[in-house]
Design a protein around this ligand. Structure first.
Ligand SMILES: O=C(O)CCC(=O)C(=O)O
Length: 196
C-alpha cells in the first residue's frame, strides 16, 4: 500500500465526483492532493484563489474546483478555512479591506466537505487554540489545464494499473478530445494493459 492510497476514497467519493461532473468538463484531472495541518498559534494564511497561477484574465469561469475535508472539527478559533462570498466573480483586483471583512468561516464537523471554485478567494484561518486543525484537500482541474502535481510522473504505472477507472482518469489516463493526453499515438490506458 502506498502512503496516499487511503485518500483515494476521498478523491473519488461519489458525492465529490458528482459535483465535479457538474462543474468541470469530462476527463477533468486531479491537480493536487494534500493534508494540511494548521498548528496551534499559526497566523491566518494570506487569502488567495487556487487557480490564480493560470494567467487567463478575470472575470472568467473557474479552471479548477477544490474540496477541503475536515479531519478535525473546523471552528471559528482553530483555523477554519475562510471564504469571501461571490469573490469567484471578481476581476483581477486584490481584496480590499472591506471585502476581506466579508469573509466567512467554514465551520464544519469532522468529515464535512467544503467545495469552492478555483476563482474564489479563501485561506486557512488563524489557529488560536492549543490543538492542531487537520484537513485533506484536493483540487480538480479542467482536462486541458496543466496539473499542479505531475501525477503521471509521481504515480507509478503499476500503481495506476491497480487503481479504479475513476482514479486512472483523474491521474491522466484519459483523452481530452480530440487527442490531448495520447501516448505514442494511442490512448494512455494502453500503457496499463501492457503492465498487466
Ligand atoms: O487549510 C485551509 O484551510 C486552506 C488552505 C489553502 O487554501 C491552501 O493551502 O491553499
Amino acid at each position: 500500500m502506498d502512503e496516499t492510497d487511503v485518500l483515494d476514497q476521498i478523491v473519488e467519493h461519489p458525492l465529490v465526483l458528482a459535483v465535479m461532473d457538474r462543474l468541470l468538463k469530462p476527463n477533468y484531472l486531479l491537480s493536487q492532493l494534500q493534508v494540511i495541518d494548521i498548528g496551534p498559534g499559526e497566523q491566518a494564511q494570506h487569502l488567495h484563489p487556487d487557480d490564480g497561477f493560470y494567467p487567463n484574465p478575470r472575470p472568467r469561469s473557474a479552471l479548477s474546483v477544490a474540496i477541503i475535508v475536515a479531519v478535525d472539527a473546523f471552528t471559528a478559533d482553530n483555523g477554519a478555512t475562510v471564504v469571501i462570498p461571490n469573490s469567484h466573480r471578481w476581476d483581477d483586483h486584490l481584496p480590499t479591506p472591506a471585502e476581506t471583512a466579508t469573509a466567512i468561516e467554514a465551520q464544519m464537523t469532522p468529515g464535512s466537505i467544503l467545495f469552492f471554485l478555483g476563482t474564489a478567494w479563501h485561506g486557512g484561518g488563524a489557529n488560536q487554540t492549543n490543538r492542531s486543525r487537520m484537513c485533506v484537500t484536493a483540487q480538480y482541474c479542467q482536462p486541458w489545464c496543466r496539473t499542479q502535481e505531475n501525477f503521471s510522473l509521481s504515480v507509478s504505472i503499476p500503481r495506476a494499473a491497480r487503481s479504479s477507472d475513476n482514479m486512472q482518469r483523474l491521474l491522466g489516463y484519459s483523452i481530452h478530445p480530440p487527442f490531448m493526453g495520447f501516448v505514442n499515438g494511442m490512448h494512455p490506458k494502453r500503457l496499463l494493459d501492457i503492465t498487466e
